[in-house]
Design a protein around this ligand. Structure first.
Ligand code: UT7
Length: 309
């Protein structure tokens, strides 16, 4: 049994917060943010809840897939900003979609959450335990940001992305994956007692490049694919300098790397599904292409997945 991607969707809040807006809030500048991170603006959910963003992205993905929510048998939602301690945001989305008799749960793996979730969905399908799975990455990071801390508040944004995957007898879009964690490095990126994101940016930067490069190489080896054969790298969008360093290490030219961080900042678990949806919509991905996904985030968690779309 294989896993096919049959639909994608996204939801982004209306409000745009630019670097120039941030200049009025903290001691920063458009020049610093642009050169250090590649971010120009991000979306902020003033009215929307994380459940609403996740539901909107899911409805678009289901519509693209031509699948009714009632046909789903599993919903996995990755987030570090769940709406409530419990029930899970996956259950809240399930109710809003009107999905019935469906297995639903959240995954907590920070910025690696979406690839972790897609990997779990793939395992359920390959084990014959699910046929149609909705995989969501959704975040309202504006609630987890200390708006007086310039070293973090300029980095993050809100949004959601969703993917519907289906069991297929013929072939699988998921060729290989590796997922890792190292909790002893928690102090590099974590939520403090108030729930605010704290990070040691410089150390994390180095770890991110090394961990994602190793994970990418491992997944390519597993699938017997060389880096040159990759059609598009879709990395977690945390910093354009991390993305460029990773691409350089893997020997991938700019045109084979998907970047949208300038528009949305770091949306944690939502960043890869948003980028995947946009890359498909813009015609950057065609059926048959080899797509390499990779992420690193709080936990620490990291991993990579190779898709034959
Ligand atoms: O999504 C999960 C994974 N996340 C990551 O992997 C993030 C990894 N880290 C990074 O992306 C970068 O380390 C940051 C963007 C967070 C920071 O960039 P950096 O080039 O590593 O800067 P830095 O932390 O070394 O700070 C350099 C200077 C400091 O001033 P001094 O000590 O040199 O005087 C900071 O105080 O920049 C200062 N600074 C700022 N200045 C203006 C820090 N934040 C700002 C700011 N505006 N917003």
């Amino acid at each position: 049994m294989g896993t096919k991607i049959v639909g994608t969707g996204i939801a982004l809040p209306e409000k745009v917060l630019t670097n120039f807006d941030l200049e009025k809030m903290v001691d920063t500048s458009d020049e610093w943010i642009t050169t250090r991170t590649g971010i120009k603006e991000r979306r902020i959910a003033e009215k929307e809840t994380v459940t609403e963003l996740a539901t909107k992205a899911s409805l678009q993905a289901l519509q693209n897939a031509g699948i009714n929510p009632k046909e789903l048998d599993l919903i996995i939602l990755a987030t570090l900003t769940p709406e409530k301690r419990f029930p899970s945001t996956a259950c809240l989305v399930q109710a809003k979609l009107g999905a019935q008799k469906v297995y639903s749960f959240d995954i907590s793996a920070a910025c690696s959450g979406f690839i972790y979730a897609l990997d779990v969905a793939d395992s359920f399908i390959k084990a014959g335990k699910a046929k149609r799975v909705l995989v969501i990455g959704a975040e309202k990071l504006s609630e987890a940001v200390d708006w007086t801390d310039r070293s973090t508040c300029v980095l993050f944004g809100d949004g959601a992305g969703a993917v519907v995957v289906e069991a297929s007898q013929d072939s699988s879009d998921v060729l290989a994956s590796v997922m890792y964690s190292e909790g002893s490095l928690e102090e590099l990126l974590y939520a403090d007692r108030c729930g605010y994101i704290r990070m040691k940016g410089r150390e994390l930067f180095k770890f991110a490049v090394r961990a994602m490069e190793e994970a990418c190489r491992e997944v390519l080896n597993k699938a017997g694919v060389s880096p040159e054969e990759v059609s598009l790298l879709i990395p977690h969008q945390a910093n354009v300098r991390i993305i460029n360093a990773l691409a350089e290490k893997l020997g991938l030219p700019q045109e084979k790397v998907y970047i949208n961080i300038h528009k949305y900042g770091n949306t944690s678990a939502a960043s890869i599904p948003i980028a995947l949806h946009e890359a498909i919509s813009e015609g950057r991905i065609k059926r048959g292409d080899l797509i390499l996904l990779t992420a690193m985030g709080g936990g620490l968690t990291w991993g990579a997945m190779l898709l034959r779309y």
